[in-house]
Ligand binder design. Sequence first.
Ligand code: A2R
Length: 318
Amino acid sequence: MRVLITGISGFVGSHLAEYYLKQEKHEVFGTIKWRSNPENIIHFKEKLKLYECDIKDAFAMKTVLSAIKPDYIFHLAAQSYVPFSWRAPQETLTTNIIGEVNLFEAVRELKLEPLIHIAGSSEEYGLVHPEEIPITETNPLRPLSPYAVSKVAQDLLGHQYFKSYGLKIIRTRAFNHTGPRRPEVFVTSTFAKQLIEIEKGKRKPKIYVGNLNAVRDFTDVRDVVRAYSLALQKGVPGEVYNIASGKGLKIKELLDKLLELSGIDLTIEEDPERLRPSDVELLIGSPEKFQKISGWQPEIPIEQTLKDLLDYWREKIA
Ligand code: A2R
C-alpha cells in the first residue's frame, strides 16, 4: 500500500506516519511545505518519502499526486488553529477549502482511485445545546469560528465530490485529541509546557489559563490515528464518522490531573488573551456509529496521555 499523508510533519501527521511505519508493509509518502519544521518527524524522516507541496498550489498538488499515485490519502494539511483563524480568516479558508479542492481535482484529473480520508473536527458542531449531548453525526452544524466554517466546507465538499464524481471519500469529525508533540498553543500543551518551565526553574510558580469551565471530549492522538486508519479500512465512502471517547472532561479537571502528575505547588491566573470571542461550552461526541463499523475503542487513558505530554516537554525544554 502506498500511503500519502498531507501535512505529515504536523502533530497528527507525524503520529499517523509512525503508525504506518510500524506496520512495515506500507510505503509512507508525505507532503511538507517549504521550510516546514521537521522536528516532529526527525527520528524517522529517512524512512519517509517527502515531497514539497503547498496545498494552495494546484499545479504542485497534481505533480505530487501523479508521482506518488497513492492507494490511501490522509488529508491532514491545514491551518489547524482556531484562535489564529480569527486573526487570519482568509488564510484559513483558502488553505483549508481551496487546498482540499486542489487535492480532489488532482485525483479526478489524474483518474486515480485512492481511498481518501478527510479530517473534520468537532468544532464543526459549534454551538451545541445540552439536550444534544452526546453529539451524533446528524446534529446540526453551527460553527462558531472561521476555522470551524472551513472544516464544515471541507466536510461538505467531501460529500459533494463523492456524490458528484464517486471519489472514495470518508470523512471523520475528531473531537479533542492530544499527546506528545501537541503544539503549545493548544490547551493541554500550554499547561504542560508552563508546568515543566516551572519545574525547571525557568518560570515563577504561576500558570496562565483561559476558560477552565469548557467541557471537552479528549482522546489520545495515537488512538485517533488508529481510528483514521480504520476509517479507510472499514468506513463506507460518502459517510462521516465521529471519533470521540464519549466522555466529557472539564478543562479544570485536566489542569488538576496535570498538577497532580507534576506535583508542583502554584497559583492559577486567568489570562483574557486566552479567552475566545465565542467559545463552545460543551462538546461531547457519540462514537457509536464509528464503533459499530470498526470496533474501535480508545485504549490510552488520559492520565497516560498527560504523563507522556509532560515527558515530551521535559525532553524539549533544556
Ligand atoms: O505550517 P507547517 O509547515 O507546519 O505545515 C502544516 C501543514 N500545512 C500545509 N501544508 C501544505 N500547504 C499549506 N498551505 C499548509 N498549511 C499548513 O499542515 C502542518 O504540517 C500540517 C498541519 O499540522 P498541524 O497544524 O499540527 O495540525 P494537526 O493537529 O496535525 O491537524 C491535522 C488535521 C487538520 O486538518 C486539522 O484541521 C484536523 O486534523 O483537526
